[in-house]
Design a protein around this ligand. Structure first.
Ligand code: 13P
Length: 263
């Protein structure tokens, strides 16, 4: 964490909590996250719950923002099952997760498709959280930095148009949902590499872009990760489905943000 960047903790609910359970979770978070004013909080419910969760947060006068988990680059048309930026906006979303590894791997999303989505999100004034990360095989083959570089370079042109508007999330695929978290040092190495890639576009892009870590982030490992210089927050999966765990992670970020300010 660095004092010049506001920490961001985002919860990716994935294909969970898509009905009344999502509203209950949002209501609980609206209450438990009143004291984390130095941290931006974003939650990404499934599409079926976006509008209801946004309404619930508004009703509770919460500053938590809502994100879609995906969007199509086109604004309308024959794309069965897809959701567009304008549809996300109708539901109250102001952020969108793009290029999550589950979509890259299971649905074959390419760097080019991810780039088009980032461009469309920026045009529509929805803030993108772009996910990048290597597989276990790639890590073991020593390819982590080059894989991540290709994924990041695909989107830096669009992110560079408004430095700080978009966010990058480094999510090593082998750490997602496995309980195997990257060590703070390994994560920091990749985050610093990503910041270097952003710096190729502009120093302003490098210093203003928040780079989140994702992959088995939990209350018991968040502090070590969030203390790293180039880790500006977290993209939390499993632990974001319990108000208590997600709140704890946000509180850890709040504590570190306070410390960073006073040092
Ligand atoms: P887990 O926190 O469940 O490992 O998921 C991380 C993730 O994929 C967030 O987008």
């Amino acid at each position: 964490m660095h004092p010049s960047r506001r920490p961001l903790i985002a919860g990716n609910w994935k294909m969970n909590a898509g009905g009344a359970d999502g509203c209950e979770l949002a209501a609980a978070l609206a209450k438990s996250l009143r004291e984390t004013g130095d941290v931006d909080i974003v939650i990404a419910p499934p599409a079926t719950a976006l509008a209801a969760v946004s309404n619930e947060l508004n009703k509770n006068k919460s500053s938590i923002a809502v994100a879609g988990q995906n969007m199509h680059p086109e604004d309308a048309g024959a794309f069965t099952g897809e959701i567009s930026s304008s549809m996300l906006k109708i539901c109250g979303a102001t952020w969108v997760i793009i290029g999550h590894s589950e979509r890259r791997q299971l649905l074959g999303e390419s760097d080019g498709f991810v780039r088009d989505k980032v461009a469309a999100a920026c045009r529509a004034e929805i803030r993108p959280i772009v996910c990048v990360g290597e597989t276990l095989d790639q890590r073991e083959a020593g390819q982590t930095l080059e894989v991540v570089a290709a994924q990041v370079r695909a989107v830096t042109g669009h992110l560079g148009a408004t430095p700080g508007y978009g966010v990058v999330a480094y999510e090593p695929i082998w750490a997602i949902g496995t309980g195997k978290v990257a060590s703070p040092e390994d994560a920091q190495q990749v985050h610093s590499h990503i910041r270097g890639l952003l710096n190729e576009v502009s120093p302003e892009l490098a210093t203003s872009t928040r780079i989140l870590y994702g992959g088995s982030m939990k209350p018991n490992n968040a502090e070590g990760l969030l203390s790293q210089h180039d880790i500006d927050g977290g993209l939390v999966g499993g632990a974001s489905l319990q108000a208590s765990g997600f709140t704890k992670i946000a509180e850890i970020a709040q504590g570190l943000a306070q410390q960073a300010k006073t040092h």
